[in-house]
Design a protein around this ligand. Structure first.
Ligand code: SF4
Length: 247
């Protein structure tokens, strides 16, 4: 796994030699998630278990994140979910038109950063939220992990997010997209639908799944980090930590 700017994951070692490229991607994703948890410990966060105010139909993720999520389910859950996502296909939801690295690329070329038009209906509460709990919390995607507020948003009406955390979130999303270049990004329902069967997941792990007839957008490599000038110094150590991940 090669990260941009000349760094690589997977230092020499017996364990790395025995791992497939796809397994290295999965391990790298878990390390990125762990690094994000570590990053958050230095910040004051009001979010607590059981608060699901930010669990909406706007959640987006990569195919690698969805694969990781599905892999954490029991086999019975996996078998049932294929039907569940098909039932959800008519549900209104936010479907992004650009990936984070696509937006970064356009901005780097001096073109106007495209804005995603707000959906007429984003589907309200996340379709998977069950009795106020996330059924796959330990393996939840980054978009759910990074919804962190300094104040209790349920009472305040909206989240209060430290601008530095927002910039860090973009950096993490750029790397997460980069490690899944055989994959795509999209709404939670759409990505889970694309990986609904064992055959889909197997094809994906071999880079043989295509996205033309799906609402998903092919992931793009990270070429330019999107960090505002005022946060560059503060976030460069974090960028280096991500680049130095060894699996
Ligand atoms: S996936 Fe889980 S954490 Fe994310 S929005 Fe849905 S219920 Fe909430």
């Amino acid at each position: 796994m090669v990260f941009p700017f000349g760094q690589a994951t997977g230092a020499a070692g017996k364990r790395t030699m025995n791992m497939t490229v796809f397994e290295i991607r999965r391990h790298t994703l878990r390390r990125i998630y762990a690094l994000y948890e570590e990053f958050l410990t230095g910040h004051s966060i009001a979010c607590v278990k059981g608060c699901a105010h930010c669990c909406t139909g706007r959640v987006t993720l990569t195919t690698l994140e969805a694969y990781e999520l599905i892999s954490n389910w029991e086999s019975a859950q996996r078998a049932a979910y294929g039907h569940t996502v098909k039932d959800l296909q008519n549900r209104p939801r936010f479907q992004p038109r650009f990936t984070t690295n696509q937006i970064a690329g356009l901005c780097a070329q001096g073109r106007q950063c495209p804005e995603e038009p707000p959906p007429a209906d984003d589907g309200g509460v996340c379709a998977f939220l069950s009795a106020g709990q996330c059924p796959f919390y330990p393996a939840r995607p980054f978009a759910c992990r990074c919804m962190v507020s300094q104040s209790v948003c349920r009472t305040g009406g909206s989240a209060l997010v430290d601008p530095l955390i927002l910039s860090a979130n973009t950096v993490f999303m750029q790397f997460i997209e980069h490690i899944d270049l055989i994959g795509a990004s999209g709404n939670l329902i759409d990505v889970l639908a694309a990986l609904a069967t064992d055959a889909d997941r197997s094809a994906y792990t071999h880079g043989a799944l295509t996205w033309e007839n799906t609402p998903l957008i092919a992931n793009q490599p990270l070429k330019t980090l999107m960090i505002p000038p005022e946060h560059r110094n503060a976030l460069m150590p974090l960028v280096q930590q991500i680049q130095q991940i060894r699996v």
